[in-house]
Design a protein around this ligand. Structure first.
Ligand SMILES: [Zn+2]
Length: 246
């Protein structure tokens, strides 16, 4: 009898933490510009470098592990996994590199994924080819696709150009595999997802919730992301990443 109790307590002890980790909600954050807002564009798509740095310090001090999509399988084996993403490939994302370099420690290696619009590379206010190569080689960034021209993929007539050519162009610049795409405006449907599956392993939406494993079909092509905005306070940020929202 006692043996049985001891045995089942050991079983509970060992299986519970594993299950808790498997079902754990994982935040995938979405940002655009890391720069002080200067009056052009949508203010909420900007986060000041000061606020962003405080958010990174929060993640470091609270034991988070920042991952990129190449490391997807590692999510069960690390402490508090989180994905940070940037859409549109703005030049001001170079501020992120500076903050990552400043805040990294022996134990904390910040990383992020930048989703670039391949036909916009090198335009004013966008990252250049040289920037992308440098970021990809820095060890802090994964450069992935946000299509070729940023259309609504449900409506575009050039679906294969948007998906295939953007992947090839970015791979040529960075010399690294492009395995993930962020759908512009989060727009996708069955046809878009089926075509995406020919070229990518992951599709990212703007469904505003944390990721948790379900058995829905195409789950990896419907990854949710939560916005961090200009107005997001550090307290609100903590609630988002700790999975305590809603
Ligand atoms: Zn976009």
């Amino acid at each position: 009898m006692i043996k049985g109790i001891v045995f089942s307590s050991i079983l509970v002890f060992f299986t519970f933490p594993l299950q808790a980790n498997a079902n754990k909600e994982i935040p995938i954050l979405i940002y655009h510009s890391i720069q002080e807002y200067k009056g052009t564009g949508q203010k909420e798509l900007f986060v000041t470098p000061e606020n962003f740095e405080q958010q990174i310090i929060y993640l470091r001090e609270h034991g988070f592990t920042l991952l990129t999509f190449e490391q997807w399988e590692k999510r069960h084996n690390v402490k508090k996994p989180i994905f940070i993403t940037f859409d549109d490939g703005y030049k001001n994302n170079l501020n992120v590199l500076e903050i990552f370099q400043k805040q990294k420690t022996a134990q904390f290696h910040p990383t992020a994924t930048i989703f670039v619009i391949s036909d916009f590379i090198g335009r004013t206010n966008r990252l250049s080819k040289a920037d992308l190569k440098m970021l990809a080689d820095s060890g802090f960034f994964s450069i992935q696709s946000h299509t070729a021209t940023h259309p609504n993929l449900r409506e575009t007539k050039n679906l294969s150009y948007e998906l295939k050519s953007s992947k090839e162009k970015i791979e040529k610049i960075t010399g690294k595999n492009v395995i993930a795409i962020a759908y512009p405006y989060g727009e996708r449907d069955k046809k878009v997802i089926n075509e995406t599956k020919n070229y990518y392993r992951f599709g990212l939406t703007t469904i505003p919730k944390l990721y948790s494993e379900t058995s829905i079909p195409n789950e990896l092509y419907l990854l949710p992301r939560v916005y961090v905005k200009y107005s997001t306070t550090l307290e609100e940020f903590a609630i988002i990443v700790e999975g305590k929202a809603s």
